[in-house]
Design a protein around this ligand. Structure first.
Ligand code: HAM
Length: 422
């Protein structure tokens, strides 16, 4: 036997036994997105590398070390998208969707980051991504967060809590950055290698460091909230009172800075205590400068992304996945003529029972084997079609989940009567 090909590290197969939770999440999420007027769009998985460098930021983990970048055979520098926001903004610009218009958009798809895989952290993972483009907020900030809270309620997930912060305007962030650089430079000897490298380009990311040795230094750092410009302060106050008014509980976390550079003002994250280290299930924020930075007309925007694998795991842990629908009918066949007839009968029954499962025994097998398959399929009814039944123009009808015995039903009446047997 030749050597088996292994899956790529950090990339998962989602098998039929697990797909129920994914489909449940997708159904519930679509309904919630519809309720707030978000429209689905689909954007490519591959974009020009420069798009991510210019949006996510050169000094971020993602751009520095996690992107799947390559040159295609024409020499073009391309990257498998590590997130969806940049691609959606690119799509809005390149399709002429801005021009003062407003859009509420969502998409679902795989993202790729060359991270160190562990539970809840994968190299290919799925995100639901929502973006509200053209809205300055804070009303939309409040509504978007309320949408996410509604999604958790609809999914019956309770072990999630919301943290929020404001990063201020680009200008107030710049003055905070200087202040922070000054503080960190004065503690140069305590900085680790990563932080030293980031000090010039992106000192805010140092606040996000998970290194225990950096904790004391980070705790002593000046707080961004103390440097907010008056407009951002008002924006943040309105966000908080809007959430209060809607009864959405939150915690202000002044150290929440997010791992991508494009944010300004509102940032937020939903975290859980149920999944271990990878605790963020939904994160996002406002990115008022990004669209102009990518060559579009200046347009405010806000969005978030949900980590699908993590929410699926939460759903599974909470036992909140409805059972998969079993087929209604399993057709047991015996004899060559009956096999041909059964194919036709199954099609007629699928017409008569739209959206419900009609399984035909394929690949032969004696009655015992076929009834075992019928039982395992979860079907409520077995239809028995042998050459003997065919000669009499009937099929045997046998309930599988009740004690009732088998009866005969004329074949030409079956499609009309099948529902009454279930
Ligand atoms: P992000 O925080 O990088 O933000 O990712 C959003 C969510 O994706 C995380 O909260 C987490 O649930 C999930 N996630 C991230 N990395 C992984 C991974 N390696 N494995 C499994 N799940 C993961 C963004 O991507 C922004 N684009 C969000 C956004 C949209 N901001 C504005 N609009």
């Amino acid at each position: 036997m030749s050597k088996q090909i292994q899956p790529v590290r950090g990339m998962n197969d989602v098998l039929p036994a697990e797909i129920g939770a994914w489909q449940h999440l997708e159904r519930v999420a679509r309904a919630v997105f519809d309720a707030y007027g978000y429209d689905e769009l689909r954007v490519p998985v591959i974009e020009h590398t420069e798009l991510f460098q210019r949006s996510i930021g050169e000094y971020t983990d993602i751009v520095e070390k996690e992107m799947y970048s390559f040159q295609d055979s024409g020499g073009t520098g391309l990257t498998l998208r590590p997130e969806a926001t940049a691609g959606i903004v690119r799509a809005a610009i390149s399709n002429g969707m801005l021009r003062g218009a407003r859009h509420k958009l969502w998409c679902l798809g795989p993202m790729f980051r060359h991270e160190r895989p562990q539970k809840g952290r994968y190299r290919q993972f799925y995100q639901f991504d929502l973006e509200a483009i053209g809205f300055p907020g804070p009303d939309v900030d409040i509504e978007l967060i309320a949408l996410s809270a509604r999604l958790w309620r609809a999914l019956k997930l309770t072990r999630v809590r919301l943290t929020i912060n404001s990063l201020g305007s680009m200008e107030s962030r710049a003055s905070y950055r200087e202040r922070l650089q000054h503080y960190l430079r004065s503690h140069d000897s305590e900085l680790d290698e990563d932080s030293r490298r980031r000090l010039g380009g992106n000192p805010l990311r140092i606040l996000d460091s998970k290194q225990p040795a950096m904790r004391a230094l980070i705790e002593g750092a000046p707080l961004l909230t103390e440097y907010l410009d008056p407009e951002s302060q008002a924006h943040f106050a309105a966000l908080r009172s809007g959430l209060d008014a809607l009864g959405v509980a939150y915690e202000v976390n002044p150290r929440l800075v997010r791992g991508l550079d494009y944010y300004s003002r509102t940032v937020f994250e939903w975290v859980t205590d149920a999944l271990g280290a990878q605790d963020a299930v939904c994160s996002g924020g406002r990115y008022d400068g990004l669209i102009a930075q990518l060559g579009g007309e200046p347009t405010p925007a806000i969005g978030f992304a949900i980590g699908v694998e993590r929410v699926v795991e939460l759903l599974t842990l909470a036992g909140g996945v409805p059972p998969a629908a079993a087929p209604e009918v399993y057709i047991v066949v015996n004899g060559e003529r009956a096999e041909r007839e059964a194919l036709r009968l199954a099609e007629q029954l699928r017409d008569a029972l739209p959206g419900r499962g009609v399984l035909l025994n394929l690949g032969g097998g004696n009655f015992k084997t076929q009834f075992r398959r019928a039982d395992r399929s979860g079907a409520r009814l077995a239809l028995i079609l042998g050459d003997a039944e065919l000669d009499r123009g009937v099929a045997g009808v046998k309930p599988l989940r009740r004690e009732d015995g088998q009866i005969d039903c004329p074949l030409d009446e079956l499609p009309a009567r099948i529902a009454s047997f279930l």
